[in-house]
Design a protein around this ligand. Structure first.
Ligand code: NAD
Ligand code: AKB
Length: 346
């Protein structure tokens, strides 16, 4: 343990020094016309709505590989079908819509990625490269590309996981997230492109169901509490992971997107913490409102993935560089989730 910690300190000091020496100070243009990829997904759907409020309905083009014409995303403003693995289509969507900034949410998540690792690599890596290349060629103002706590692996310290640490993930999704972080930082250094990203924890939300991740249990548990009064959880009761409520996720994404680039030392790999909670903690919190809610625990293949991820992260770089501060605690989130899901499901 001591060796691991001193190695981590060594890494932090050396990488921070290196990052400071490579900093790119630049005057940045403002975000005006936005493309959201993967906009029908769990995060994209709520992010698109908030971006339309802030930047104007007609200035935010939502896109996804699939269509859902009756969705709020498709009905709430401009819409385009877009497969991010198709470089020509990415280029055309950007030029046709005079896009200057991209929030790139299209991805294959951890559990689906283990079922189809080749597809995961193709969407997450080819898709990300296509977005970065189109952004470089069209001299875009800003690109936001999320990473994940899946970038960490079993050799990473699991408690208060440092910003600079061992990145040896064992899932294909995690491999693409580490590679994506490195690729984004490469585009900042090599091409002076303004690319930023966060290592999101598991995101909990009521609007759109999650799309095939390991942390999906933390959303499903709320749906099942309302619909059936019981839930069979696919990780153990004491599995602790970093989680975040969607309003904090949107706030973190937009706070980073709107931060002054010259204040940043990191670009594409910010740890962001909010909640460090077990599956049992969520069940207990729900029981404050639904006392007879029953949960049993039947860990499946996703337990092995969860066991390689942090229990909580050190997000001091995000706090120092762009003022990150979460607003939602577990019980406040539970109250809000249950209220919203009662309206939606009952
Ligand atoms: P999601 O699975 O809910 O949505 C992804 C969307 O991408 C889907 O609507 C899907 O149709 C679309 N998509 C898939 N392949 C595509 C392609 N080839 N072209 C265009 N669109 C395609 O994912 P999410 O949870 O909204 O995640 C958004 C981003 O945040 C991803 O980069 C993900 O890795 C990251 N992230 C999410 C979480 C979380 O808990 N939700 C946590 C950490 C990181
Ligand atoms: C997943 O479980 O795959 C995502 C993530 C934490 O990246 N929710």
């Amino acid at each position: 343990m001591r060796n691991k910690l001193s190695f981590t300190n060594f890494l932090t000091v050396n990488i921070q020094d290196q990052r400071h020496s490579e900093r790119h100070d630049m005057t940045r243009k403002k975000i005006n016309r936005i493309l959201v990829t993967g906009a029908l997904g769990q995060i994209g759907s709520e992010l698109t709505a908030e971006l339309r409020k802030r930047y104007g309905r007609d200035n935010v083009v939502a896109s996804d590989i699939r269509s859902d014409e009756s969705s709020a995303v498709a009905m709430g403003g401009p819409w385009a079908m877009l497969d991010v693995t198709d470089a020509e289509a990415v280029e055309k969507t950007i030029t046709d819509n005079r896009i200057d900034s991209i929030f790139h949410m299209a991805a294959i998540l951890s559990a689906t990625g283990e079922k189809n690792p080749q597809l995961c690599w193709k969407v997450n890596m080819d898709g990300t490269l296509n977005i970065l290349e189109a952004a470089r060629e069209n001299d875009l103002v800003r690109v936001i590309i999320p990473s994940s706590i899946a970038a960490f692996g079993p050799e990473t310290p699991r408690e208060n996981t440092p910003q600079e640490t061992i990145l040896r993930p064992k899932t294909m999704y995690g491999v693409t997230k580490v590679s994506g972080e490195l690729l984004c930082d490469y585009y900042v250094r090599k091409f002076n492109l303004d690319v930023r990203g966060l290592r999101y924890p598991g995101i909990i939300s009521s609007e759109t169901l999650p799309g095939g991740g390991t942390t999906d249990y933390a959303v499903e548990i709320y749906y099942k509490a309302i619909e059936e009064g019981r839930y069979t959880c696919f990780v153990k009761k004491d599995t602790m992971l970093p989680m975040m409520y969607m309003p904090d996720c949107i706030k973190a994404t937009l706070d980073l997107a709107e931060a002054d680039f010259n204040d940043l030392v990191h670009y594409s790999d910010f740890n962001v913490g909010a909640l460090s909670i077990t599956a049992g903690d969520i069940a207990e919190s729900i029981r404050k409102y639904i006392p007879d809610f029953e949960v049993d625990y039947e860990p499946d293949h996703r337990q092995a993935i969860a066991d390689t991820w942090p229990m909580g992260v050190d997000d001091s770089a995000a706090r120092e560089e762009w003022g990150w501060e979460p607003e939602w605690d577990l019980d406040a989130m539970t109250t809000d989730m249950l209220e919203k899901l009662r309206v939606k499901l009952l």
